[in-house]
Design a protein around this ligand. Structure first.
Ligand SMILES: [Zn+2]
Length: 65
């Protein structure tokens, strides 16, 4: 049985384990083969994007009042 997961590096949703997929427990098939330092950089950027998205959502909520 496969599971719906969110890639830790690029935030894409993917099935795990997928059929003939390189995906791992925490990374999608596109990010799993990347060299470790590159994936780490993606993870840092993803956290930053997540934070910015939350801030934008808060700002929008504030303007809606
Ligand atoms: Zn990915």
């Amino acid at each position: 049985m496969s599971d719906r997961r969110i890639c830790r590096a690029c935030s894409e949703a993917y099935e795990y384990p997928g059929h003939q997929s390189l995906a791992t427990r925490s990374h999608c098939e596109h990010c799993a083969p990347l060299p470790e330092p590159v994936r780490r950089a993606f993870e840092r950027l993803r956290r930053r994007v997540d934070r910015l998205q939350r801030e934008v959502a808060q700002l929008r909520a504030g303007q809606a009042k």
